[in-house]
Design a protein around this ligand. Structure first.
Ligand SMILES: NC(=O)c1ccc[n+]([C@@H]2O[C@H](COP(=O)([O-])OP(=O)(O)OC[C@H]3O[C@@H](n4cnc5c(N)ncnc54)[C@H](OP(=O)(O)O)[C@@H]3O)[C@@H](O)[C@H]2O)c1
Length: 284
């Protein structure tokens, strides 16, 4: 039995789909489970986690706390250890633990990674680059005729398709050969946000403009939008790190695990954006 946390999210939903297609027994965890094969559990409710991990061999561990913290990872690890879970595949992030000026990029993922590595369970670490699916938030902005806010300037990133992240996760969950490995997951090309916008406009046949949002402006806008200061800090730090060119990284890890090249941003856009009379609208 495989427990998929974050099962209703961007990556987790594809992990669930692939496990289902592969005939692997799984349990999809969410606070609002959608149906069969699902378990209702909350990282903030230890009793629900204990129920979720009962009889489980491997866990796909995806946390997305509103305020950056390793607490959700630690809670799941505690329950998993107690239940005798054998292995953990943790979704972390590229750049985790890198020093950038006075700050550490992905400090909360770093603490969680450390806990996973020392948990006594077998582990695989997945460190994806920027998700192609982040662009799904652009649909409403494009429809409104507004420019897409660009927090990373001309900084290029190895934008990766969440379906590839999920496919690697499923390999790691089902084949012990991946134990003890850390995979940095990128797409096949380095793209800045304006370059992504140009590709997207070719796919949807409508103009997609961007507006640069330097760190101080991004901080102001995100705070004004009501995000907790610690979440704003983490977002702006990661974006400034990428803006400075530190995430201009491509790896062969997706191809090495899957035996095929990673999908391009354009592949993702073609699969997920539709052109209709209403505008850019999103298919997923
Ligand atoms: N976006 C990027 O470019 C990027 C790049 C690298 C790494 N990452 C990492 O990717 C992760 C986010 O992945 P994602 O985009 O797939 O997430 P997502 O789409 O935001 O989904 C979050 C998932 O977590 C579940 N969840 C949230 N709070 C929960 C709680 N208290 N208890 C139980 N489940 C809870 C949600 O389920 P319910 O709401 O149904 O309960 C949902 O399934 C983060 O760790 C982030 O650091 C992101």
């Amino acid at each position: 039995m495989i427990l998929v946390t974050g099962a209703t999210g961007t990556v987790g939903r594809h992990v669930v789909q692939l496990l289902h297609q592969g005939g692997h027994p799984f349990r999809a965890m969410s606070r609002h489970p959608p149906g069969a094969g699902a378990v209702r559990a909350d990282f903030d409710d230890p009793a629900s986690l204990r129920r979720a991990v009962t009889g489980v061999r491997a866990v796909f561990l995806l946390t997305a706390p509103a305020v950056p913290s390793p607490d959700h990872d630690l809670a799941l690890l505690a329950a998993a250890r107690e239940a005798g879970v054998a292995s953990i595949v943790k979704l972390s992030a590229i750049g985790t633990g890198e020093r950038f000026g006075e700050v550490t990029v992905g400090a909360w993922h770093q603490a969680a990674e450390r806990a996973v590595r020392t948990s006594g369970m077998a582990w695989t670490m997945l460190r994806p680059s920027s998700f192609a699916a982040n662009a799904r938030h652009w649909a409403a902005i494009i429809d409104a005729g507004q420019p897409v806010p660009n927090l990373t300037g001309d900084g290029r990133q190895g934008v990766v398709d969440p379906r590839d992240i999920a496919a690697v996760a499923v390999e790691a969950l089902t084949d012990p050969v991946h134990a003890g490995r850390t995979y940095t997951l990128t797409g096949p090309e380095l793209l800045s946000v304006p370059e992504q916008a140009r590709q997207l406009e070719q796919v949807i046949g409508r103009p997609v403009t961007t507006v640069d949002l330097p760190p101080a402006d991004a901080t102001r806008q995100l705070l004004a939008a009501g995000l907790p200061p610690a979440a704003v800090d983490a977002t702006v730090t990661g974006s400034a790190w990428a803006r400075a060119g530190h995430n201009a990284i491509l790896t062969g890890d997706v191809a090495a695990v899957l035996g095929r090249p990673p999908a391009t941003f354009r592949d993702w856009a073609e699969a997920h954006f539709v052109i209709d009379n209403k505008g850019a609208g999103e298919r997923l």
